[in-house]
Design a protein around this ligand. Structure first.
Ligand SMILES: CC(C)(COP(=O)(O)OP(=O)(O)OC[C@H]1O[C@@H](n2cnc3c(N)ncnc32)[C@H](O)[C@@H]1OP(=O)(O)O)[C@@H](O)C(=O)NCCC(=O)NCCS
Length: 325
């Protein structure tokens, strides 16, 4: 039995923020951002929440009449920015979609979250005999970054992407190979400490302490280039499908230069990498499924195409999934 992506969806905040908008609030320029990252626009929440974006991205999956809601037995949301910790974002999605019974939970593996969530969903669907499952990746990075730090604020955006997975008995398509790993972040290159509250038992001076994302950009870049190479080569090796048979590689959209380095190192034609970083920036757990949905909705995916989803993020986590469409 295989697990296959049968529908895709996405939702981003309505407000577009351009590099020129950022010039007005940070010591930066459109040219610098474009040259060093490939980013031109990002979507930033004004009133949207992680749950509202995730819900709208998932409503896309069930709008066709052929979807039987009672078959959806699993909803996993990958996010590091849940607007409610309890209930989980996945539970908010379940309620909004009017799905009566389903396993629902959130996971946080930073920007690698979507890949990890798809892998968990695949295992659970096989082990628990679940017919259909939803995975949604969503992040509201605008809540995490320090808007006074030009080194981090410029590379992130907000957004959600979703997939509907189906257990298929007699199909040779679906997920063929997965690779996931984590190496220690010894340089503290990507850190977001959690909020701490004063209690009668700790030594906190203020009522609470809260933090913003701290990032050492060049260190993350070095890690990301290696992570992409290792992950792509791992899924290729374990699937016995050669790299030249791959139609599209959908990388986590973090920096155009990271993708350019992968193109060079792996000698993969540029056009095989699907890139939309110019319009979204880094939407963390949302980035790969947003790109997948764009490819799908633009009718660029054909039955039988081999596709690699590859990503990396805080932790330091990384991985790839090779699938047959
Ligand atoms: C953040 C990032 C764009 C910075 O680009 P970079 O080429 O590595 O730039 P550096 O940090 O080395 O900084 C180079 C110079 O530009 C300056 N600079 C940094 N951000 C700037 C900005 N937004 N505008 C103008 N100048 C900027 C730096 O202060 C530095 O100046 P200096 O040479 O006078 O000291 C890049 O490192 C990156 O994208 N890293 C990966 C981050 C990532 O993917 N994170 C998420 C992982 S899931």
């Amino acid at each position: 039995m295989g697990v296959k992506i049968i529908k895709t969806g996405r939702k981003v905040p309505h407000k577009k923020v351009t590099n020129f908008d950022l010039e007005k609030i940070l010591d930066t320029t459109n040219e610098w951002i474009k040259d060093r990252t490939g980013i031109i626009n990002r979507h930033i929440s004004t009133n949207e929440t992680s749950s509202s974006l995730a819900i709208e991205a998932c409503q896309e999956l069930i709008k066709d009449k052929d979807i039987n809601l009672s078959e959806i037995g699993l909803i996993i949301c990958a996010t590091m920015t849940p607007d409610t910790l309890i209930p989980t974002v996945a539970a908010n999605v379940k309620k909004a979609l009017k799905i009566e019974h389903s396993i629902t939970f959130d996971i946080n593996v930073a920007c690698s979250g979507f890949l990890y969530a798809v892998s968990v969903a695949e295992s659970m669907m096989k082990n628990l005999n679940i017919k259909k499952g939803i995975v949604v990746g969503v992040d509201l990075n605008s809540q995490l970054v320090d808007w006074k730090d030009r080194g981090t604020a410029i590379v992130f955006g907000d957004g959600a992407g979703s997939v509907l997975l189906s257990s298929e008995k007699n199909s040779d398509s679906g997920i063929l190979s997965t690779f996931l790993d984590n190496i220690d972040d010894n340089d503290n290159s990507l850190i977001l400490k959690n909020i701490s509250y004063k209690t009668p038992f700790n030594n906190l001076e203020n009522e609470y302490e809260f933090f913003k994302l701290e990032m050492l950009g060049p260190k993350v870049m070095k890690f990301a280039i290696n992570a992409i190479n290792t992950s792509i080569l791992s899924v290729i090796k374990s699937s016995n499908i050669s790299l030249d048979k791959i139609k599209y590689i959908i990388p986590h959209q973090a920096n155009q230069r990271i993708i350019d380095a992968a193109v060079k190192n792996l000698k993969i034609p540029n056009e095989k990498f699907y890139i939309n970083i110019d319009n979204y920036a880094n939407t963390s757990a949302g980035s790969i499924p947003i790109a997948l949905d764009e490819l799908n909705k633009n009718n660029l995916l054909k039955k039988g195409d081999y596709i690699i989803l590859v990503g990396f993020g805080g932790g330091l986590s990384f991985g790839a999934i090779l699938l047959k469409w």
